[in-house]
Design a protein around this ligand. Structure first.
Ligand code: MG
Length: 391
């Protein structure tokens, strides 16, 4: 059957919450570390149109709860043309203000990516080609987990150095350190951060691009001292060392450093917050995430915004939607692959997928897939068998 060009309507909006397993554990401050294998739940959103074509996106259960689906997603989506993605997104976004915080950008992002996936399946095209088809592979940087106290893990500057050497040997074009954060007892520590960055630079030599994502609540004075060390060590970028709602603090920092300041990652406000950062001169490289900004289209707007100011816009995190966007824009340089740790096999395929989502090729790049939609390889038999709740 060839690609369908007829009009269709959305007939099904469903969520399956299913069991899968992971070796990632989360500390009290939300940072992931390697641990024992255990069971977790994830949620799969499925949109089905009147011709039986589906679009899917994986998310956390909290972002696809029964109340959100019944109260917002079904009323907006059912009976509508799935290709009217912008109109549907705007209607959901307008509902956010009155939702008392229950309708979040991550929910909008799941819906929006499922709509893209569905369109790709309808047209028989990968989403990155529908978005513009800029390139079919993206160089990856290895992004470490936060520091810990695990022997042979990421407990010392020497651990970071040894791991960075391994990542470069594995083919990564660049390495980003997430250094120590609370609840690690000695964190935050500017001195330890500087020692780790220096050890990594020494280990990989002068030519490998390096980035630092440090403790997010340093004072201006601490952030400047750390940033001046990055200048000496020739780091490429410096990410989120201070509270990002203080735009003026980032302008103050960026004005004084050679190392490129990147942001914002964590502030809400999507495109509008990023326009304010550029206008304030608070960053040298813009940053945006697909799940955190409401989907591929809203993130694309921020990438275009950066392009208009001659800036790069680097995408936060990985995943199929992020990869699709990276395949379609000229001014996002890197794919963030991780989070990585010496004691964690990032390439292990989770039980709910049939293959690794973003394998690294021999040249240290992640390739865009030619199959229709977002190219996720859900094991639907596993997901159905392990379903614990559905709505
Ligand atoms: Mg970050």
């Amino acid at each position: 059957m060839g690609p369908s060009t007829s009009r269709a309507t959305i007939e099904g909006v469903s969520v399956r919450v299913f069991r899968t397993t992971t070796r990632l554990v989360t500390d009290s401050d939300g940072h992931a570390h390697p641990g024992e294998r255990h069971t977790v739940t994830r949620a799969l959103l499925t949109l089905t149109d009147s011709e039986g074509v589906t679009g899917r996106c994986l998310a956390a259960e909290a972002d696809l709860g029964e109340a959100q689906v019944a109260g917002h997603l079904r009323p907006v989506l059912l009976g509508r043309d799935p290709s009217e993605r912008a109109a549907l997104w705007q209607e959901l976004a307008r509902r956010q203000r009155g939702s008392a915080g229950t309708l979040r950008d991550r929910t909008l992002a799941a819906v929006e990516q499922a709509l893209w996936d569905l369109l790709g399946h309808r047209l028989g095209q990968p989403v990155w080609r529908l978005l513009g088809g800029m390139r079919d592979r993206v160089p990856a940087y290895g992004s470490t987990m936060c520091g810990d106290e695990v022997p042979g893990g990421l407990a010392t500057p020497e651990d970071y150095a040894a791991f960075a050497e391994k990542l470069v040997a594995d083919g990564y074009h660049a390495v980003k350190l997430h250094t120590w954060m609370p609840p690690v007892p000695f964190a935050p520590s500017v001195d330890m951060d500087i020692r780790a960055c220096a050890a990594v630079r020494e280990a990989v030599g002068p030519d490998v691009p390096l980035m630092l994502d440090a403790h997010h609540w340093y004072s201006r004075a601490d952030a400047l001292r750390l940033g001046r060390a990055l200048d000496r060590l020739g780091f490429l970028w410096y990410e989120e060392p201070m509270e990002e709602y203080s735009t003026q603090s980032y302008r103050w920092l960026a004005d004084q450093l050679d190392t490129l300041v990147i942001g914002p990652e964590s502030v809400e406000g999507r495109l509008h917050a990023r326009a304010e950062w550029i206008a304030a001169g608070a960053c040298d490289i813009l940053r945006v995430g697909v799940p955190t900004s409401g989907g591929i289209d809203p993130a694309l707007k921020s990438v275009h915004l950066a392009e208009a100011f001659g800036m790069e816009c680097e995408l936060h995190g990985g995943g199929a939607g992020t990869l699709a966007l990276l395949g379609a824009v000229p001014n996002s340089r890197w794919y963030e692959r991780g989070l990585l740790h010496p004691h964690y096999d990032f390439d292990e395929v989770p039980p709910h997928l049939t293959r690794a989502a973003d394998p690294l090729d021999a040249e240290g790049c992640v390739r865009l897939r030619e199959e229709p939609g977002l190219g996720e390889s859900y094991d639907l038999d596993h997901i159905e068998a392990e379903t614990v709740r559905q709505w």
